[in-house]
Design a protein around this ligand. Structure first.
Ligand code: BT5
Length: 339
């Protein structure tokens, strides 16, 4: 019932719906409508009650149509149940808890309108106000940990591919290992968390954060220059539900092929999207710092760097592009990355 109310308010697209209208639509009393609306508001949905006008959802473009997503998921094989929340600490964290209680299984997808403790890698924070696509899903590839790591590169490709049709004028690219950039600024990050043994992980939780409708004022000052949203790059609001569905569709297809053929099958595609391939980069991996030309990405997703000492394999690190001349608008400092 509450999903239906939310859907009706979203479809009203910023216009108020009166208690009477909603009551008629749903076949319940006005008091019944009011009770459901109060619960939705308590949960954290931005619904205003306007006197003599009714109820209005203030950010319709940022609310995911959970019913529509669920219907689409039933048409494909990899992703199954969809759970949507107005507020979560972190979708990765929620999914981990749901796995422990048996509420989630392979293919479960969890999304939130906003996160209060969105996580990046190595304890870093991920800014997650309303307007972004913040979601996670769980997979059980049954692979050793080394092979699972390249999944984060795989999903960087799928997010890039899903975004490109929305931004035909923009350059959507990847910074190794798994950040998605629009016109040289970070638009999405991926956090892969695993459980199980080194030889065979039990499950992988893949969390994706994508700035869809964030405005400059939604970013803290230190991120304003290095982060970007689909809205900022394309000039119009993105439909978060459609972008989510597109990412899931492409990710499902790519994942099935990944299980059969490994990352090798996507290596050339990844390299074609990686904006610093062939450029001089500095990579900081803990206390170790390496400078050289990024010459390749191998079949496991490892970055190969040509240094004064020969070819070095880099499994993790922060990439910084040194050569600005051959760089299509990508700023010199690109933020931190870890696989
Ligand atoms: C990432 O970490 O890029 C992984 C981000 C994954 C976020 C998703 S949202 C859904 C799911 N639930 C979670 O709790 N997390 C996942 P990392 O490479 O460590 O980058 C983090 C850095 O990116 C921060 O230190 C900031 O510099 C920057 N940053 C934070 N929020 C950002 C944002 N919204 N847009 C662009 N950059 C951001």
């Amino acid at each position: 019932m509450r999903n239906t109310i939310l859907k009706a308010l979203k479809e009203a697209n910023g216009q108020a719906l009166s208690g009477n209208e909603l009551a008629e639509k749903l076949g319940i009393s006005r008091v019944g409508v009011w009770k459901h609306i109060e619960i939705l508001r308590e949960e954290g949905y931005p619904i205003q009650a306007l006197s003599r006008k009714g109820y209005v959802l203030t950010e319709p473009e940022n609310i995911i149509d959970a019913e529509a997503v669920q219907v689409h998921l039933e048409e494909q094989d990899v992703f199954k149940q969809f759970h949507y929340y107005p507020v979560l600490e972190s979708t990765n964290q929620k999914l981990r808890e749901m796995l422990q209680t048996g509420e989630a299984s392979e293919g479960t997808v969890v999304a939130a309108l906003r996160q209060t403790g969105g996580r990046g890698r190595l304890g870093r924070k991920w800014i997650s106000p309303p307007g972004g696509l913040w979601f996670s899903f769980v997979l059980r590839p049954g692979l050793p940990i080394q092979e699972v790591a390249s999944l984060s590169l795989l999903f960087a490709i799928t997010v890039t591919r899903a975004l490109q049709p929305y931004l035909p004028e923009a350059v959507v690219s990847i910074k190794w290992p798994n950040d998605v950039f629009i016109n040289g600024k970070k638009a999405a990050g991926i956090l892969l968390e695993t459980a199980g043994e080194l030889d065979q992980v039990e499950y992988v939780i893949c969390g994706i954060g994508l700035n869809v409708n964030l405005r400059p004022e939604d970013f803290p000052p230190e991120l304003k220059e290095q982060a970007v949203s689909v809205l900022q790059a394309g000039g119009s609001y993105g439909d978060i539900s459609s972008i989510l569905l597109s990412i899931l569709k492409i990710s499902g297809d790519y994942y099935q092929r990944f299980l059969e053929e490994g990352f090798q099958a996507f290596r050339e595609e990844y390299k074609g999207l990686c904006h610093h391939l062939g450029q001089e980069v500095k990579i900081q991996a803990g206390p170790r710092s390496l400078t050289g030309i990024h010459v390749d990405v191998d079949a496991g997703g490892t970055l190969l760097l040509r240094t004064a000492n020969g070819i070095e394999s880099v499994h993790t690190g922060d990439v910084q592009v040194i050569d600005q001349g051959r760089n299509s608008g990508v700023p010199e400092t690109l933020g931190n990355q870890r696989i």
